[in-house]
Design a protein around this ligand. Structure first.
Ligand code: ATP
Ligand code: MG
Length: 276
């Protein structure tokens, strides 16, 4: 089965995250065996992003959500490394600033959504407003529970205007998270990534899973599907996401735009100048 179909949350279906294997790695034994395939999709990403940029009519929005250490930074690195920085951007969603908090919750997402021709990756996203807000009861249930529909309307508006939306939940196990925390503790170059809050959040793992399951159920739509990516193996996670992005971009039928100038005349002038 193709990765887009295998990992897509079919609209209207209830996913049980505990039943999905975070260590899945497809038919490849290990990273080395997948290297050529990974390289192939990176090259396709490069070509397709240039086409999207050249066409300048449509855009791509990738939303990344995960538990801490889930690999959002790794995906951003992998996907954007394949692309031309001109035309790509990352938007990081942290605790809302006073200005952001003074607006409706979608305001900050809308402001940083992609312009025509652009690829934008949301590192966390407007989904935090039904995830962390729900888990920590930052707002009344009546407030956050109305947001799923608002999110669907927002995403519908973007897709109708030419933005392709792909949403990825990077699925790691709680044991894998612990191992990654340990790795950070043991590696001085990773100490800057450690925050106490991340450890404390582990206590809320089951509540987060439930909040994610509801977001996946209520907000995976044909226009803006959610994908649950097995992410214990970093290389598999990179391969799966790249493949899904590539297949979606390929389905857009991107084309270089027609020239806006008279090429025959310019060629004639070029030859005349060259002959002098
Ligand atoms: P890193 O991998 O660098 O830790 P990160 O996305 O975890 O990346 P942080 O600055 O550590 O970045 O954390 C951002 C925090 O902001 C997260 O704990 C997230 O849940 C929180 N946050 C994001 N959006 C909201 C929101 N709408 N309301 C409250 N908290 C939010
Ligand atoms: Mg963090």
């Amino acid at each position: 089965m193709s990765y887009p179909r295998q990992f897509k949350v079919e609209p209207g279906t209830q996913v049980k995250l505990a039943e999905l294997d975070p260590a899945f790695k497809g038919h490849h034994e290990a990273h080395a065996a997948a290297a050529a395939e990974i390289e192939h999709y990176s090259e396709r990403l490069r070509v397709l992003q240039e086409l999207l940029y050249a066409e300048g009519r449509r855009s791509l929005l990738i939303c990344l959500q995960a538990m801490d250490t889930g690999g959002k930074d790794g995906i951003i690195n992998h996907v954007l490394a394949a692309m031309n920085p001109q035309g790509c951007r990352v938007a990081h969603f942290r605790r809302p600033s006073p200005e952001e908090a003074a607006h409706d919750f979608l305001w900050r997402a809308h402001r940083v959504a992609p312009a025509r021709g652009e690829v934008v990756i949301f590192n966390r996203s407007h989904y935090e407003d039904v995830l962390v807000v729900r888990v920590h009861q930052l707002l009344a249930k009546s407030v956050w529970s109305a947001r799923y529909e608002r999110i669907n309307e927002f995403e519908r508006a973007l897709t109708e205007d030419g933005t392709v939306i792909l949403k990825f939940y990077l699925h790691i196990s709680s044991e894998e998270q612990l191992a990654r925390f340990k790795e950070r503790l043991d590696d001085p170059t990773k100490h800057w990534k450690i925050s106490e809050a991340d450890y404390l959040e582990r206590r809320f793992w089951p509540q987060y899973l439930r909040a994610y399951e509801e977001a996946l159920f209520r907000c995976s739509t044909e226009r803006a599907p959610w994908y649950v990516i097995p992410a214990n193996h970093k290389w598999f996670r990179n391969l799966a996401v790249a493949r899904i992005v590539v297949e979606r971009l390929e389905a857009m039928g991107l084309k270089y735009p027609e020239p806006t100038v008279d090429l025959t005349r310019i060629r004639r002038e070029y030859h005349a100048a060259a002959a002098q």
